[in-house]
Design a protein around this ligand. Structure first.
Ligand SMILES: Cc1ncc(COP(=O)(O)O)c(C=O)c1O
Length: 403
């Protein structure tokens, strides 16, 4: 928690080693600073949020209201109501070509809890987990919490930040327990092509290492890329786990509904952990998710079309700023420009750039350092076209002054 204004934080007692190993998500710190300015009436262009700017579609909201009216307000089985687990398996099979049974599915409080429970169920003290940088901020901390050691494999802007099996292979040791693949990736928007996923999957199988595939942005892909799941590939899936979520696909971040698809033994372990911590996901949110997965998907197509328009504009706008380079993201709703040419004594790193951008131009972005990528900024284009135009004007002014 951020310190409350006027309240002294005095450390009077020791906290557990587990909790001391991790820190508050750095993306939250930016959101908080931007919120503070907004509450004072400042016109902030907020490129911080990692969530859709669209409302949850009406038919999904109505399903939750109906669930409430029908008094569906009690506990459900810990891994989720049976029709939802079935709907997840059916949706995943129809959309992404997998074949899972409900016993291989658990509904969790967002993809984040599913990742947390999976890592805590598999990783022992000292085990290594391979993560590609730039990475989603939570992976290393979740691994550390579980007692594991994150092993970071760098990806390259020149290679569109794609996680390559050949690089992963070099990072494997006798202690490697798991490889995490994030495609489409937050923060870079990188999409691992199916043929690279095949190599990654076969490498993990050969080495007996778990592959955790985070598909939370699966349906936001551009150009030639199509929604893809490694679970659609042939072969033994006894070391594969898929993480999915309603959060981004259906603009449902606050509802907290995600899931894992994995071998039954792992799902049972995750269920045990969930049963002793949070229990089931909020009951009416589960009914809303059921409607999301069983109902029409027009809203997803409409959001994708709008993101695609914004992506074109923001990539072109950033590339037009001298000293800023920017790969074209193939998925998700982030751009990840390199601003290192603008670093100097007064502005020595991307964290300073993000701070000054907020101070001078009231533009909120997340510094690349938060994602293990110094010299970059993460800009979310889950913002209206009008805000994007205004933000680009402010970026232009800021970097012209800084040059
Ligand atoms: C790559 C990635 N995975 C997982 C999540 C978790 O999302 P949720 O817990 O809302 O499903 C996020 C959220 O930002 C994300 O960016």
């Amino acid at each position: 928690m951020e310190p409350t204004a006027g309240v002294k934080t005095v450390e009077t007692f020791p906290l557990s080693d587990r909790v001391n190993r991790i820190s508050v998500s750095p993306t939250m710190a930016v959101l908080q600073a931007a919120e503070q300015l907004k509450s004072k009436g400042v016109d902030v262009v907020d490129f911080g949020p990692g969530e859709p700017d669209f409302p949850t579609p009406e038919h999904i909201k109505r399903a939750a209201v109906k669930a409430l009216e029908e008094n569906r307000t009690k506990y459900t089985p810990t891994p989720g109501i049976a029709p939802l687990r079935q709907a997840i398996c059916d949706w995943h099979a129809a959309q992404l070509g997998s074949s899972y049974q409900p016993a291989e599915c658990i509904v969790s409080a967002g993809g984040k809890q599913a990742i947390f429970n999976a890592v805590c169920s598999l990783v022992n003290s000292g085990d290594e987990v391979v993560i590609a940088a730039p990475y989603w901020v939570s992976y290393p901390d979740i691994v550390k919490y579980a007692g594991g050691r994150p092993v970071i494999v760098e990806t390259r802007a020149e290679d569109d930040f794609i996680m390559r099996a050949a690089d992963v292979e070099k990072a494997l040791t006798a202690r490697t327990r798991m490889v995490i693949a994030d495609s489409p990736c937050n923060p870079t928007g990188a999409v691992i092509p199916p043929e690279e996923f095949e190599k990654l999957f076969s490498l993990c199988r050969r080495k007996g290492v778990w592959l955790l595939s985070d598909e939370c942005y699966s349906h936001f892909v551009y150009g030639k890329a199509k929604p893809f799941s490694v679970a659609s590939l042939p072969g033994n899936k006894d070391r594969l786990m898929i993480i999915g979520s309603c959060s981004k696909t259906y603009a449902m971040t606050g509802w907290r509904v995600g899931y894992a698809l994995a071998p039954q033994q792992l799902v049972a372990a995750m269920n045990k952990l969930q049963s002793q911590s949070t229990s089931n996901v909020t009951t009416m949110a589960q009914y809303a998710a059921l409607e999301a997965l069983r109902g029409p998907m027009d809203s997803v197509a409409a959001m994708l079309a709008e993101y695609a328009r914004r992506r074109e504009r923001i990539v072109a706008g950033l590339r037009a700023i001298p000293g800023v380079t920017c790969t074209a993201p193939q998925g998700a709703f982030y751009v990840f420009p390199n601003i290192s040419a603008h670093l100097n004594a007064a502005m020595p790193n991307d964290t300073a750039v993000a701070r000054l951008l907020l101070e001078r131009e009231n533009v909120a972005v997340v510094p690349g350092e938060a994602f293990g990528a110094p010299g970059y900024l993460r800009i979310s284009y889950a913002a209206s076209m009008e805000r994007i135009e205004e933000g680009l004007r402010r970026f232009g002014r800021f970097f012209a002054r800084a040059a």
